[in-house]
Design a protein around this ligand. Structure first.
Ligand code: ADP
Length: 213
């Protein structure tokens, strides 16, 4: 049995500004998982002025999605670089069906799988209010009203179709993202404990069957 099956891999799923990054950071602090945020990686590339950064800057600022090829390569590179991680939290990835298929393929080839997809549910009015505040406070270019409308549209067109993909795999768990950060964290933590609890007995069962214990 591959040790990799013990790793805990989660996707934080939801529209832009749903609170995925905030919750991911909390999970990293609590569970020793590695956060893989394609948004953070791409913003770092833009900031560094690398070739990649130059290629994606305008696309991101106007609120469009960067190509699947680019983000899949970023994610594969990070999985490769973190062989000892207890698991990964994917945040902002996958955002399209081809990205989800590539993620499944790359995890499978390493003896891993996604355990759960945690969907943060937040309604559009609340998202727009959060972004209005964030734009005023941080001035992130893609938080301006025009770009944000495009991001929300792209989420509905290209990312929301991933919901049936993960429902079909039996992996989707929904969390009410409209509540306070603390309350959302509590809900996410409960999901995580449930997943951990179901992973361990399965393993014990396996050994019990092997050794009659
Ligand atoms: P948010 O969750 O607030 O929308 P992110 O930080 O996840 O923001 O993403 C910011 C931008 O980075 C996206 O609008 C898009 O241009 C680009 N991006 C991030 N992740 C992906 C991805 N998986 N596929 C394509 N583009 C991405």
């Amino acid at each position: 049995m591959s040790m990799n099956s013990e790793k805990l891999n989660l996707i934080l799923f939801g529209p832009p500004a749903a609170g995925k990054g905030t919750q991911a950071k909390q999970l990293v602090a609590d569970h020793d998982l590695v956060q893989l945020s394609t948004g953070d990686m791409l913003r770092a590339a833009v900031k560094s002025g690398s070739d990649l950064g130059e290629r994606v800057k305008m696309i991101m600022e106007r609120g469009d999605l960067v190509s699947d090829e680019i983000v899949i390569a970023l994610i594969e590179d990070q999985i490769e670089r973190n062989p000892d991680a207890a698991g990964f939290i994917f945040d902002g990835f996958p955002r399209t069906v081809p990205q989800a298929e590539a993620l499944d393929a790359t995890l499978t080839s390493r003896g891993m799988a996604i355990d759960s997809v945690i969907r943060l549910k937040v309604d559009d009015a609340a998202l727009m209010e959060r972004i209005r505040v964030r734009f005023a406070e941080q001035g992130r270019k893609d938080d301006n009203p025009e770009s944000f409308a495009i991001r929300l549209g792209n989420y509905n067109k290209q990312t929301a179709p991933l919901l049936p993909y993960y429902v079909a795999q039996g992996k989707l768990v929904e969390v009410d993202g409209m509540q306070s950060i603390e309350s959302v964290s509590t809900q996410v933590r409960t999901v995580l404990e449930t997943i951990k609890a179901t992973k361990v007995p399965r393993k014990k069962g396996f050994f019990a069957r092997l050794f009659g214990g």
